[in-house]
Design a protein around this ligand. Structure first.
Ligand code: HEM
Length: 349
């Protein structure tokens, strides 16, 4: 590892690589979960640094690999080449996305490079397990000694410096990546909803005939509200930040959720309860009821009715949350006692 000659590469190099891979995988997933700029900036910086930090260990890993290739075929670990290729693809697509370099892989061709990056990152994670299985690199107490911590510190500082230089380069060259949001997303269609990409979460699809009536429920109560009655003129300016790697700021218009709920279900709603927002497609997200004052059921964006791809006739607007919380084609809103965090962190549909 760092601070030693590549000739002494071995267990510590592998432990360092594993730590960086775990950190980049973990922060990558976290980067999809955070929506507010402060935490997002930190998570994305650590993610980029951990990923690029892998490159710093290449001279040491090259020695480990060369040594392994001199051994008879049956004694080598499995999946090393696939893991190397998957890691390189992950790094390449991560950097291409961050730089905002356009090409056949970009949004213009309908395939966000970020999706390729995430798929390659997940494959890398699976291949790491296969590769490291049965070749466990046991941690030693000396790893936490002065030299061990110095090495880890040098690797961390080097990784941050590499990431910082990349960011500096983007700004110096005026590359599109310099303009990206703290989450890594690029602006697409602010104040112009028609220019916003149409994206769905995993297997969700635009329904043929979205509901014309919204059903509101609370324990013991059920009300049906025509969707045509939802344009009450409440306006929220908010950023829709999609995990596909783009964002747009719009004036969303419709009705505030707290207003709608109290009007139709009464004031005695459980303050510590939650609200399930359910799409006609079955896609659903649960949010804390105390947030209802900041949530909007939108029928319009930038003064125009929503288009089917963007959730017409009504979608949720959840400021500060990533796009997968902004449920489209809302058919039901259910006030429930269950805590909001009792759900899969990411939708499974
Ligand atoms: C072991 C797996 C992974 C590695 C090595 C890796 C590495 C990287 C690298 C090097 C970048 C470019 C950073 C920069 O130049 O500023 C990047 C960007 C990014 N990655 Fe990953 N990544 C991995 C997995 C993931 C996963 C699983 C996700 C999401 C679920 C993810 C989400 C992102 C996002 C959102 C960006 C854009 C951040 C930005 O624009 O700075 N990554 N990744």
């Amino acid at each position: 590892m760092a601070l030693t000659s590549p000739r002494r590469a071995g267990r510590r190099t592998n432990v360092g690589l594993l730590a960086l891979l775990l950190l980049s995988g973990g922060t990558g997933v976290l980067a999809f979960a955070v929506g507010s700029p402060g935490p997002a900036r930190l998570v994305v910086a650590v993610h980029g640094a951990a990923g690029l930090g892998l490159l710093l260990l290449v001279p040491w890993k090259a020695v480990v690999v060369r040594r392994a290739w001199r051994r008879p075929a049956g004694t080598r670990g499995a999946g090393g080449v696939s893991l190397g290729v998957a890691t390189l693809l992950t790094l390449l697509t991560g950097v291409l996305h961050a730089a905002g370099v356009t090409g056949p892989w970009s949004w213009s061709a309908g395939v966000p490079v970020l999706h390729v990056h995430v798929a390659a990152g997940v494959a890398t994670g699976a291949l790491v397990v296969v590769h490291a299985w049965g070749r466990r690199q046991r941690p030693r107490t000396t790893d936490l000694g002065r030299r061990g911590l110095l090495r880890a510190g040098a690797l961390g500082a080097g990784a941050m410096a590499l990431w910082g230089s990349g960011e500096g380069l983007l700004r110096l060259t005026g590359a599109p990546g310099a303009e990206r949001r703290a989450t890594g997303s690029f602006e697409r269609g602010t104040d112009d909803p028609v220019a916003m990409p149409v994206t769905q979460w995993i297997s969700d699809t635009v329904p043929d005939s979205p509901a014309a009536v919204l059903v509101l429920t609370a324990p013991g109560r059920r009300v049906r509200v025509p969707v045509a009655d939802l344009d009450r003129g409440d306006v929220v300016r908010a950023v829709l930040d999609c995990t596909g790697g783009w964002y747009a700021v719009q004036d969303w218009r419709g009705v505030r959720l707290d207003r709608l709920l109290t009007e139709h279900l009464g004031r005695e709603l459980p303050v510590d309860g939650s609200v399930d927002v359910v799409s006609g497609t079955g896609f659903r997200r649960r949010l804390p009821l105390v947030e209802a004052g900041r949530l909007l059921l939108a029928t319009h964006a930038a003064g125009r009715p929503l288009t089917p791809g963007h959730g017409a006739p009504v979608r949720l607007v959840a400021p500060g949350r990533r796009g997968f919380w902004w449920v489209k084609w809302v058919a039901r809103v259910e006030v429930v006692d269950a805590p909001w965090w009792l759900q899969s962190p990411f939708p499974l549909q």
